[in-house]
Design a protein around this ligand. Sequence first.
Ligand SMILES: *Cc1c(COP(=O)(O)O)cnc(C)c1O
Length: 396
Amino acid sequence: MQIYLDNAATTKMSKTAIEAMLPYMDGIYANPSSLHLLGQQANEALFHAREKIAGLLGCDAGEITFTSGGSEADNQAIVSAARIGEKQNKKHIISTAFEHHAVLHTLERLEREGFEVTLLDVNENGVIHPRQVAEAIRPDTCLVTVMYANNEIGTVEPIAEIGQICREKGVLFHTDAVQAAGHLKIDVKEQNIDMLSLSAHKFHGPKGVGALYARKGIRLTSLMEGGAQERGKRAGTENIPGIIGLAAAFEEACENIDRNAEKTTYLRDMLIAGISEIPHSILNGDAKKRLPGNVNFCFEGIEGESLLLCLSDKGVYGSSGSACTSGSLDPSHVLLAIGRTHDIAHGSLRLTLSEENTEEEIKYTIAAVKEIVAYLRGFSPVWRDCVSGKKDFIIK
Ligand SMILES: *Cc1c(COP(=O)(O)O)cnc(C)c1O
């Protein structure tokens, strides 16, 4: 038995993506900058992949830059907006407290350079109100960056409304759409998005490849010195197989977006209902405004790590938060941002589904989580104190 419920960390590659990539490893392996025929064939494939992705996002091919993934796209978007801003003496950036570290750590670096960063509070449900953005914008604000969907608790942010506010105030708007792309609809024009990051391995594409959309006229800063690939915006020989895999996986995900969302949402709600029966447990993040595949709970008196290891022994592969924080003892900054205490944040479990999961798998998982939580509470001193009344339950 092997039940993979860690799709927010990465997904299994689809057959479509693998098959699309193979010819570019085996036959058309040339460098797309080479002038000979094989090089031109590789270059043509690159051209078509860019067109395809642009079509799916509602933008022009010239507005797409390929990167090594979501992290690089986030870095490049934010640094570029900062460089544009500082030329106009605008050195204020708005974001939220629960962004991915690719965003938060880039912002910290800019702060050390003299930028001022306002991190908006995400409310207890993990959703910000567009009004918070409107109120935080100042004459010297050069960028608003708010994620489309959170990678830990799956909450979906009001991107189009935030984009409209930014448009009206003449402030650039970037969204980290790494969790949303291929799972939620994207139309960069309708949603007033100036810059957007996505990553192939979060929608059944290969790891190590992503894309940055930047609206025409926004000058991207190159993060690396080297050749003139990607119109001078991203040096280094293009990852042709990866880019082909990205385009194929993205097309497949977008074509099936409604059906996949319906199936995954059904399984998600079944899993949430089952786990909610555990006493003194709480769902993290809004129950409705969340990704179709995201389930995230905290349990009183439980260590998240122990829970994960016991689940793994039973063949259920989940996570305690983001892949970036697992292995560290710090509680998730996302759970702290929605107001969970340190103790409670340590007892978290993230189970993220894909359309490939089945009802049987979900039923098995619910039973496994119930059994393990009861077992671990059996020798938890915190739990004993709560039950004996020495300590109050934090999760009612
Ligand atoms: C996974 C993820 C990233 C990082 O993407 P990589 O391709 O792994 O670099 C950034 N932001 C969010 C929201 C993510 O889920």
